[in-house]
Design a protein around this ligand. Structure first.
Ligand code: HEM
Length: 166
């Protein structure tokens, strides 16, 4: 059984770091209030950004599941690490998809007043929930990467970054 992680491929690494950059951009440029959607250019930009983010994560999910493999955690790692990895990666994907879908729901509710305030309120609530959950999953994800780098020293962090100086 392999004890050291084999590297992720170029496509997986590229999709991983492009999606991380897109999320960082989304958090910095995110809207503060639904009233900002009154600006048609911003409205269009937000829809385009949400669709792009969703497409990159969907592509990434399909690529890792169907082609390249999702995790490089060594088979011999303890069961709790395999379970934690599945829960956290699943949580990351679920939070991002919920952010995207509820964001599109907000845009739909804003453009279609007949849907009513209840629908808009529900979409805003889901959006806030997912936006709060994602950083928690990311915190655990990065802590996990550091755990593998500093404690396990099994190459899992390097499987996504390439060789590191230390
Ligand atoms: C900001 C956004 C980030 C997101 C959304 C994210 C998400 C993910 C997801 C879903 C996976 C599972 C494999 C896949 O589907 O590609 C993954 C793998 C990985 N990520 Fe991240 N990640 C982020 C940032 C980071 C950072 C900052 C680090 C390092 C400190 C990191 C290190 C890793 C490593 C080492 C793996 C491979 C784990 C394995 O093979 O089991 N990620 N990431």
């Amino acid at each position: 059984m392999p004890q050291t992680a084999t590297p992720h491929g170029f496509v997986t690494k590229t999709l991983h770091w492009v999606s991380a950059a897109l999320l960082g951009f989304g958090y910095v440029k995110g809207l503060d209030s639904v009233t900002q959607l009154a600006d048609p250019a911003l409205f269009r930009f937000e829809i385009g950004f949400a669709l792009s983010l969703g497409a990159v994560f969907l592509l990434r999910l399909l690529w890792t599941k169907a082609v390249a493999g999702a995790s490089r955690l060594p088979e011999a790692a303890p069961g709790w690490e395999h379970a934690a990895s599945r829960v956290v990666h699943g949580g990351l994907y679920a939070s991002v998809f919920l952010i995207v879908l509820s964001g599109l729901g907000i845009a739909l509710a804003y453009a279609t007043p007949i849907l009513g305030g209840l629908f808009l309120g529900a979409m805003l609530g889901l959006h806030e929930l997912a936006l709060a959950a994602l950083p928690l999953f990311l915190l655990v994800h990065v802590a996990g990467a550091l755990w593998h780098k500093l404690i396990r020293r099994d190459g899992v962090l390097e499987s996504m970054t390439g060789a590191l100086p230390v």
